[in-house]
Design a protein around this ligand. Structure first.
Ligand code: F6P
Length: 361
């Protein structure tokens, strides 16, 4: 009997836990079907590899020693979903090419590990008749339908460590330290690490800020005798005026003012208004690097194992998820194209406000 051929790809921005999920799925498949009855096919650099048929058969040894390794052994690449159905200058019909690779590699199914963009393409391929299963990863934790994505908690740990370190130097110098944390659309990472790191002010895209309110909060701290402050700002934050603008208009206005980020502008405005010496720290891609935390190793492993269960049941067109703390799955068509945002009345926002943390609103 021909071996069951399972393709795996990782797409979009990387995060800690991708290798743990790959290993979880592969090992569970070997246990379930037998190493001689299953062939894992590694597709290199996400959908780019699927379009261009860059794939290789993998051995059980390939999945050894990768549980703790950050990044992805398969490589990854960002490919815009909206370009997938567009035939560009290269004259390649990408959907047709991906279907051809799937057929040429004789795949029985395809596991796609990724974030929102990855899930949209996974859903597209599923609607085209391929047997696809998604696994939700991202440090942003903004995938709809899952309590949490793998990679998120490791990034929370890293960002919290950054805030902890900023505390000591902010205190020594009686400064205001602003830390810009990744998260373009959703503020989960800033919210969690802001609370864990004891930030005084948390600024997220879901709650547009008013600079005057931030100045008030800082002055209040100063009046209480606090000599330093920490503000955690999400990368995608914007103020109440920018909230009325489209993303492009916002970017153009900032560029005209000579700023690329909200954090840089906020630092200048707040220093001018309060007289407090201000510095900005941007950990950036460090938040995506490093070894996965124990939590993420376990979550990614469980997601991988569940993907193997779905393969066994021939349940395709789904994305693995943690739903009310239990492992389950959502239909790709139900979650693709949706984003999980922080609600302004989210329990974590309320808890932070109860402590006196300002959201600049
Ligand atoms: O999607 C995760 C993410 O880390 C975002 O928080 C961030 O805006 C983006 O990736 C950065 O992507 P890139 O690696 O392409 O610069």
């Amino acid at each position: 009997m021909a071996k069951l051929r399972i393709g795996i790809l990782t797409s979009g921005g990387d995060c800690p836990g991708l290798n743990a999920a790959i290993r979880g799925a592969a090992r569970a498949c070997y246990e379930k079907f037998g190493t001689d009855k299953v062939q894992i096919v590694g597709i290199q650099n996400g959908y780019y590899g699927l379009i261009n048929n860059i794939a290789h058969d993998m051995d059980p040894d390939d999945f050894s020693g990768i549980l703790t390794r950050g990044g992805t052994i398969l490589g990854t690449k960002r490919m815009q979903f909206k370009m997938m159905s567009v035939i560009g200058e290269d004259n390649v019909d990408k959907v047709k090419a991906m279907k051809k690779t799937y057929k040429d590699q004789k795949l029985d199914c395809l596991l796609t590990l990724g974030g929102n963009g990855t899930h949209k393409t996974a859903n597209l391929l599923s609607s085209e008749g391929l047997n696809v299963i998604g696994l939700p990863k991202t440090i942003d934790d903004d995938i709809y339908g899952t309590d949490v994505t793998f990679g998120f908690h490791t990034a929370v740990d890293t960002a919290t460590d950054v805030i902890d370190r900023l505390h000591t130097t902010a205190a020594s110098h009686s400064r205001l330290l602003m830390v810009e944390i990744m998260g373009n659309k959703a503020g989960w990472l800033t919210l969690y690490s802001g609370i864990a790191g004891g930030a005084d002010i948390i600024i997220i895209p879901e709650i547009p800020y008013d600079t005057n309110k931030i100045v008030q909060a800082l002055n209040k701290r100063a009046a209480m005798g606090r000599t330093f402050s920490i503000i955690a700002v999400a990368e995608g934050a914007y103020d109440i005026n920018e909230a009325k603008m489209k993303k492009k208009e916002r970017a153009e206005k900032r560029a005209a003012q000579g700023y690329t980020t909200a954090t840089a502008r906020l630092a200048k405005d707040v220093q001018a208004a309060t007289g407090i010496e201000t510095r900005v720290c941007t950990p950036g891609h460090m938040l995506r690097g490093g070894s996965p935390s124990a939590y993420d190793r376990i979550l990614a492993t469980k997601f991988g194992v569940h993907a193997a269960d779905l393969i066994e049941k021939e349940k395709f067109g789904y994305s693995v998820a943690l739903i009310n703390s239990s492992i389950g799955e959502n239909k790709l068509s139900d979650v693709a194209g949706k984003t999980k945002f922080v609600c302004p009345d989210d329990q974590y926002v309320c808890a932070a406000r109860a402590l006196g943390i300002s959201f600049g609103d």
